[in-house]
Design a protein around this ligand. Structure first.
Ligand code: RB5
Length: 152
């Protein structure tokens, strides 16, 4: 099993540490790309290496966090093949996997309490992609990445 890539800034540091606990219980390996404390830092510095790991195939999935989840989502979606969704509740967490085949989960620490974060991470890891008509739509995203001017 490939390691799940983990990253946060200071605003998402506590969630990143909590996610490690969820993965440990499930026996899922991970690579922690930092940050390593709650000292102020810039989220792209840590989100980019984790998203690159997914984009390059070192990891199949990443879980990244910041204060809102928004900055990390924007950073991750700059990388080819990455489909990052800010999972702020159960519904979007479920749909991000079932319909969008999200391979990067972003979490906003200032928006989600620890128990909710644990629940959402478990739900995201356990929910399969439904494929079918959604596979056609996701493949159009890949086409857009290859030729944004002409694909659609
Ligand atoms: C840091 O203050 C905060 O801006 C960051 O954690 C994140 O919310 C950015 O989107």
């Amino acid at each position: 099993m490939k390691p799940v890539a983990l990253a946060s800034d200071h605003g998402g540091f506590a969630i990143k540490e909590l996610v490690k606990g969820v993965l440990d219980v499930r026996g899922i390996p991970y690579t922690d790309y930092g940050t390593n404390s709650d000292e102020s830092c810039d989220y792209p510095d840590f989100g980019a290496p984790a998203a690159r790991a997914v984009s390059e195939g070192t990891s199949d999935k990443a879980i990244i966090s910041c204060g809102s989840g928004a900055g990390m989502t924007i950073v991750a979606n700059k990388f080819p093949g990455v489909r990052a969704v800010n999972c702020y509740d159960e519904w979007i967490t479920l749909l991000s996997r079932q319909h969008n085949d999200a391979n990067v989960m972003a979490l906003g620490e200032r928006d989600i309490d620890p128990d909710e974060a644990r629940r959402l991470v478990g739900l995201w890891l356990d929910t399969p992609f439904e494929a079918g008509r959604h596979a056609r739509r996701v493949s159009k995203i890949s086409e857009l990445e290859r030729s944004p001017e002409t694909a659609i």
